[in-house]
Design a protein around this ligand. Structure first.
Ligand SMILES: Cc1ncc(COP(=O)(O)O)c(C=O)c1O
Length: 357
């Protein structure tokens, strides 16, 4: 059997959830499990995240999947509903909406009695400069005051555009606007921290934090690794060596013959490729790990195979190769590929075998 495997480490997920608790001890944790738990598989991750206070997802379908799996924690739709007809399902399944647009406020008001009777909170999104979703200041203050007067329990919500950057001027603007609205609408619950903000700004934890990438043990920062942040990689992506070749100086490897050996070398073919979610467009030299020892990927990544340099390595047929995981961090693979760990994790294909450990 082809041995391309994704291992999901439940204990690492629990460890990372505890890290959030250490960093934000007074806030409730809304674990972000959108996009199939950042590609990790929602079913396995929800079980491991049983101690979370709530879940955050991008759409009703993702929320219903959580309910179908039997989890009862509050769920927030971080983009709200996409059409009026989703409101009834939201209420029937105890799902909380965010509102970022007037039309969503109208849909919510049309279901006011039922929504409030279920004890559901409404999240109201501030656009403080990211300019994706939300109401600007001062309009948001009127909307929140109106919703409160109608009897809704509101959470002021905001998302940072540059929480991963140390000195971006927009950070101060976003913080100032958030605090201004919070004060003007006092008392109101508040939530603005993603993973990077949880690490950087403990004073902004407020009522709810919304960790995503840190739960999965990848870093939100380019200059701080998972090890630096004391979080543990949850996904380990491996495959096996299925062929060994000895090649001479001047011989090439793979499609396009982009790699040409400068001297005689041993290469191994590993049964993994872009058909499994392994990235093809490397901008820098990429590596894999064989029992903690890094070795380079050579030539082009094919749909089902890659070639690696095993000169001077003990790597017989059947050797397990780590593409990313605890030794070769997904963030480092992402840097070599000109992307971020988030993308590599989320676009993991359904093809590899999945094993929860
Ligand atoms: C609104 C919102 N909150 C929180 C998060 C979690 O962010 P991160 O994965 O960087 O922790 C996201 C992710 O995109 C988001 O869109």
């Amino acid at each position: 059997m082809r041995q391309a495997t994704v291992y999901i480490d439940s204990e690492a997920l629990q460890y990372n959830l505890n890290r959030v608790k250490q960093l934000a001890p007074t806030a409730k944790i809304v674990s972000m499990v959108k996009a199939n738990a950042y590609g990790h598989g929602v079913k396995d991750c929800l079980a491991a995240l049983a101690a979370t206070d709530a879940f955050g997802v991008a759409c009703l379908q993702e929320a219903l999947e959580i309910r179908e799996l039997g989890h009862q924690q509050p769920i927030t739709l971080i983009e709200g509903v996409f059409s009026a007809d989703e409101m009834q399902s939201v209420i029937d399944n105890n799902i909380e909406v965010l509102v970022h647009h007037h039309v969503q406020v109208e849909w919510l008001l049309a279901h006011k009695q039922q929504y409030i009777a279920k004890g559901l909170k409404v999240w109201v999104k501030l656009n403080s400069g990211m300019n994706r979703l939300g109401f600007k200041v001062p309009e948001i203050i009127d909307i929140i005051q109106m919703l409160k007067a109608e009897g809704f329990s509101c959470v002021l919500a905001m998302h940072f555009a540059n929480a991963d950057a140390d000195h971006h001027p927009l950070n101060e603007q976003q913080k100032a606007q958030f605090l201004q609205v919070k004060q003007a609408c006092d008392p109101i619950m508040a939530s603005c921290c993603n993973s990077a903000a949880i690490f950087k700004w403990p004073e902004l934890n407020f009522d709810f934090v919304r960790p995503g990438i840190m739960l999965y043990g990848a870093s939100p920062f380019v200059d701080r690794s998972a090890h630096d942040l004391d979080i543990q990689p949850v996904m380990t992506f491996t495959a096996e060596i299925i062929a060994l070749n000895h090649i001479q100086a001047g011989e090439s490897v793979g499609y396009g013959s982009t790699f040409v050996a400068e001297q005689a070398m041993d290469i191994a073919i590993v049964s993994i490729g872009y058909g499994d979610g392994y990235p093809r467009a490397f901008q820098k030299q990429n590596y894999v790990s064989i029992q903690g020892q890094m070795t380079r990927v050579i030539g082009r990544v094919s749909m089902d195979m890659i070639a690696i340099d095993v000169t001077d390595l003990h790597a017989p047929l059947g050797t397990e190769v780590e593409l990313w995981g605890k030794d070769r961090l997904v963030d480092d693979v992402a840097i070599a590929n000109g992307t971020i760990g988030y993308e590599l994790l989320c676009r993991m294909s359904a093809r590899p075998l999945r094993i929860k450990i």
